[in-house]
Design a protein around this ligand. Structure first.
Ligand code: 5GP
Length: 190
């Protein structure tokens, strides 16, 4: 069994509504040594792809993205939640529907940091319905940059995001793939 799957079985908690709490090691308190192991797995998967920028979304993807960026030797850009209108056209904007909070919000990146010459790897903690990742894909598309793929820590395969985005051509490397989850049992994909 993979290292992240073992950790989820040990320290993860299943909450009502199909939410997995991993606050003890992934997105509140962060186990940086574990992050280093995950980063190495993403680097092995995308080593030949000349990634020169990592893009993630505020807030819980940032820690993972930073450790991944050390492996790739490139900067991290995070899409910021924003209430400001794009008055001067200096940012790319997209809308994201939050799975965990049930609301819709705008995220932005400054045009000067996402360039047509960039080869972008997306990193995020979870893939569920796929809205967060789709928003990031949209920002890359707006910039005319090359989308290399996505590195995800936990994919909840019983939600539709992964299948839809793969069908649309996105390469996704998920390091723990949950097939099903209930209070009493958590099963991973083979
Ligand atoms: P999606 O947009 O794919 O539906 O959800 C992705 C985002 O929602 C992730 O960035 C993550 O922050 C949050 N998320 C989705 N499912 C879970 C979950 O089961 N547990 C936690 N902690 N966050 C989740």
């Amino acid at each position: 069994m993979r290292v992240l799957e073992q950790r989820i079985l040990r320290d993860g908690k299943v909450r009502p509504g199909g939410v997995l709490k991993v606050d003890g090691f992934l997105n509140h308190q962060m186990d940086v040594e574990l992050f280093g192991q995950l980063a190495k797995q993403w680097h092995a998967a995308f080593a030949g792809d000349n990634v020169n920028k990592i893009l993630t979304i505020e807030a819980s993807g940032i820690g993972l993205a930073c450790i991944a960026a050390q492996e790739f030797g490139c900067p991290v850009l995070f899409a910021k939640k924003s209430k400001t209108k794009n008055i001067d056209g200096s940012v790319y904007t997209t809308r994201v529907e939050s799975f965990t909070h049930g609301n819709v919000y705008d995220v932005i990146v400054a045009r000067e940091y996402l360039l047509p010459t960039d080869r972008v790897l997306l990193i995020d903690d979870f893939l569920a319905n796929g809205a967060a990742l789709e928003g990031l894909c949209d920002l890359v598309r707006q910039a005319g940059a090359t989308l290399v793929g996505a590195g995800i820590a936990v994919e909840k395969c019983f939600q539709p995001g992964g299948a839809r985005l793969r069908a649309a051509g996105l390469r996704i490397e998920s390091l723990a793939r949950i097939k099903s989850m209930s209070d009493s049992a958590l099963e991973f994909m083979d």
